[in-house]
Ligand binder design. Structure first.
Ligand SMILES: *Cc1c(COP(=O)(O)O)cnc(C)c1O
Ligand code: SF4
Length: 335
């Protein structure tokens, strides 16, 4: 083998961890000391949407507890296979809104790129679980369709990288994008919607900080944590590194039955996030995607939780409760 050839070059640590993620339900159950009772259903549900969870995230789960709030977000369950009225494959109307492959231009001034279909973790409640990414990633052809769309429309001031998880892409491809974007005069902000600093904090390494902190664009990273147990020392360190290069940090969560549908849990999450330098931004009502009905929290209950939360916390620690309505010009507040 020739020194310096791709096989010998050091793979970044985060890519190794990404590749080592647990994908076999039997292994996940064994690691957590959970009996085999859950296995047949997990295997069946995983056929529609595979299990995927990084080992470092599993390490934050309580062994022998099938109700663990982190486990519930990733373990395939029999409930996913039950049909549910009103739950479908594209609940937010993304396919109709696509301006170019992987380009969603639904809101004024902001364009959202589905950068990739890949994620480090498969969240069972995800509204993108049925999304046909093969036809719709913005990173294809070196971002060409997306860049043409953005350059041609000077009302676009912010580019939002979403997915999948955009930080599963290599820093080489992301750096290339940031480079071309910052040359477009009307683009001011680059926003990254990612769960990686939470589920695989090793992702926030020197290479990432270099392009994200080095662009003339203002950078905003919106992470996604749903429970305070997700925010451990490794996550806090990763978030501190982002903050250290001037990134503004926000969080979005999904309101999930059995995970965070109690006021104490939501308050603890806001406190844990803010202690790590992150401001709670949105709390999303579940998108009604097929397979996720068992996570739904009724709107009346959601409203009651929000008013209790507001009575406990400073206003800036109370996220905005919103839902996504196809065709609406913004996320719609739940009053
Ligand atoms: C959520 C979303 C955004 C960002 O909305 P903000 O309210 O600015 O956070 C932008 N574009 C699309 C298509 C979205 O779904
Ligand atoms: S897009 Fe986000 S919520 Fe959906 S599976 Fe990926 S990380 Fe989870």
């Amino acid at each position: 083998m020739i020194p310096g050839s791709p096989a010998l070059r050091q793979m970044p640590l985060w890519q190794t961890e990404l590749a080592r993620a647990i994908t076999d339900p039997a292994e996940l159950l064994a690691v957590l000391n959970l009996g085999p009772d859950w296995l047949p259903a997990a295997r069946t549900a995983a056929r529609a949407f595979p299990l995927r969870v990084p080992r470092g995230y599993v390490a934050r789960m309580r062994p022998r507890d099938p109700g663990d709030p982190l486990l519930r977000q990733v373990l395939p369950l029999a409930e996913e296979c039950l049909p549910a009225e009103g739950f479908g494959p594209d609940p937010v109307g993304d396919l109709a809104a696509m301006a170019a492959p992987g380009v969603l231009h639904k809101y004024r001034g902001r364009v959202l790129l589905t950068a990739t279909g890949a994620c480090a973790v498969h969240c069972r409640f995800c509204f993108r679980r049925h999304f046909p990414y093969d036809q719709a990633v913005a990173s294809a052809n070196r971002w060409r369709g997306a860049l043409e769309h953005i350059a041609a429309d000077d009302t676009i001031t912010e580019v939002v990288l979403s997915g999948g998880d955009p930080l599963t892409l290599s820093d080489r491809r992301l750096c290339e994008l940031a480079h071309v974007l910052q040359a477009i005069p009307h683009v001011r902000r680059l926003r990254v919607h990612t769960r990686l600093p939470i589920v695989l904090p090793e992702r926030v390494d020197a290479e990432l900080l270099e392009w994200l902190g080095g662009t003339r664009l203002q950078s905003v990273v919106v992470v996604h944590a749903n429970h305070a147990n997700e925010v451990d020392a490794g996550v806090r360190a990763a978030l501190a590194r982002l903050k250290g290069v001037g990134v503004v940090l926000l969080n979005q969560s999904v309101l999930l039955r059995g995970v965070n549908d109690r006021v104490e849990t939501l308050a603890d999450l806001s406190e844990a996030l803010f202690a790590a330098g992150v401001v709670p931004y949105y709390l999303h009502m579940l998108d009604r995607v097929a397979g996720a009905a068992h996570f739904e929290v009724a709107e009346s209950r959601a409203r009651a939780l929000m008013s209790e939360l507001s009575a406990r916390l400073p206003g800036y620690l109370v996220p905005r409760l919103v839902r996504e309505v196809p065709g609406a010009p913004a996320k719609v507040p739940v009053p």
